[in-house]
Write a protein that binds this ligand. Structure first.
Ligand code: ZN
Length: 249
């Protein structure tokens, strides 16, 4: 079994294109997408079309949900991006492709299980909305509650910070483990990072390869300036959303 796990594309077509090419170059045909295809970025329709075409399994993210229903707890910048995204989804292309995208979004599941692996956007406890940050390893109650809901392995996104959470209250960044982690009999949670808006001070797109019991974190360079310039040219997308792509924060 060899599978690519991508998440948090956030309508960044340049990052997604680079990641899909990297996946193809390694002869991986199975792609799971852990949500947030849209939101923040300039190409929601194009990214949706690519995910519909290429992903075998896609999970609903909170920004995908926000395109469908008005969200709670979004800040003004994110909310403005939601409304702009919705406009694009309502107006871009033939009625056929418009309907196809809405139907796809409307039918996305919140979780997917395969053997001992669970796939979610946020967490095993609240699949769409809960954040599990590296510093949460100090919150024993939260860690226990999350691990209690996992058979063995949980793959998630949402924070845009890649790494592995172990049951001994450790967060291992990809750097610390040389981008690889071998799955054993202990439960773990793996954050696969973000394709289109990394927040771990590395601007390169991030995704994970799951090959049998080996997890590999991949970083892929793309032309960040192209995406940022698109964002700057769209009034409803705050310039900060372009700036943060360059710093990876
Ligand atoms: Zn996200």
């Amino acid at each position: 079994m060899k599978r690519a796990l991508i998440s948090d594309i956030h309508a960044n077509l340049e990052a997604l294109t680079a990641v899909l090419a990297d996946i193809r170059a390694q002869n991986i045909s199975e792609i799971f997408c852990l949500g947030d295809i849209v939101g923040y970025g300039p190409n929601p329709c194009e990214c949706l079309d690519q995910v519909i075409r290429n992903a075998k399994v896609t999970i609903l993210g909170n920004h995908d949900q926000a395109a469908l229903f008005d969200p709670d707890g979004f800040n003004p910048v994110a909310l403005q991006a939601v409304y702009w995204t919705r406009e694009q989804l309502e107006a871009s292309g033939e009625p056929n492709s418009i309907n196809k995208r809405w139907d796809f979004l409307g039918e996305l599941p919140r979780t997917h299980s395969d053997g001992l692996s669970l796939y979610v956007h946020g967490s095993a406890r609240e699949p769409t909305n809960e954040y599990v940050f590296p510093e949460d390893v100090y919150n024993q109650r939260k860690m226990d509650a999350l691990f209690n809901r996992i058979d063995r392995y949980c793959f998630q996104g949402h924070t845009h910070i890649p790494g592995v959470f172990t049951t001994d209250r450790e967060f291992l960044s990809p750097e610390e483990i040389n981008n690889q982690y071998r799955l054993g009999t202990d439960s773990i949670m793996v954050n696969v990072g973000s394709v289109g808006q990394p927040r771990d001070n590395d601007s390169r797109a991030c995704y994970v390869i799951q090959e049998d019991d080996l997890i590999t974190f991949r970083r892929v360079s793309y032309d960040v300036d192209v995406t940022s310039e698109k964002i700057y040219a769209i009034n409803d997308l705050d310039n900060m959303l372009g700036d943060r792509l360059k710093s990876g924060r």
